[in-house]
Design a protein around this ligand. Structure first.
Ligand SMILES: [Zn+2]
Length: 194
């Protein structure tokens, strides 16, 4: 994971605000984890209609909790030829703010392998966080800041029922940040060797 470079002029304040918000309110009930299980079962079934239905239920529940309009969902069999060029890091899904539509695809672009459930869910949460940026936080753009990735991770771990991981960051060229995976993984599994 690599953050976007801060915008030069306009929207710099919004970018910094996005970077600063490192947590996300999470529902206290088990609704999202339970829907997540139905996404997993639907993926095992292999048909995109069942997956789409479960994803729509997930997004409805999440939108209700965060008091945003519901976003639409399209589950594609494979990566479309055209994806939003603005977000080059979107390998498994995208979000169009104008139409509030999330698209996720079930096969990877290059080798046409089935996207793993973890990656699929992580993508769904990531794209939903773009929706939250516009509809809840009212940012004018949705940047991949450290805060953005941490909000998406919080939602993912809640949905999957896994313990939240503290993310550690390293500064990199161009005023960007990347995840320090060794440190992040060490802190997530104290005592683990390696
Ligand atoms: Zn993104």
């Amino acid at each position: 994971m690599l953050t976007d470079a801060p915008p030069r002029r306009v929207d710099r304040a919004g970018f910094l605000e996005s970077d600063r918000i490192r947590t996300l309110d999470l529902p206290q009930d088990g609704r999202l984890p339970s829907i997540t299980k139905s996404i997993e079962s639907a993926m095992k079934g292999g048909g995109s209609a069942g997956v789409r239905h479960a994803c729509a239920e997930f997004l409805d529940a999440a939108s209700e909790f965060y008091k945003t309009p519901t976003c639409g969902i399209r589950v594609l069999a494979a990566r479309p030829l055209r994806v939003r060029e603005h977000w080059t890091s979107e390998l498994f899904g995208d979000y169009t703010p104008e139409t509030m539509l999330i698209r996720v695809w079930m096969r990877t672009a290059v080798r046409k392998e089935i996207t793993s459930f973890g990656t699929f869910l992580s993508t769904l949460c990531h794209e939903f966080c773009h929706h939250l940026d516009y509809q809840r936080f009212r940012f004018h753009d949705s940047w991949h800041t450290r805060g953005f990735y941490e909000r998406a991770a919080a939602l993912y771990h809640h949905a999957r029922g896994t313990p939240p991981k503290k993310l550690f960051w390293l500064p990199t060229a161009g005023d960007r940040w990347r995840i320090d995976w060794p440190r992040t993984n060490r802190s997530a599994a104290p005592g683990r060797v390696g």
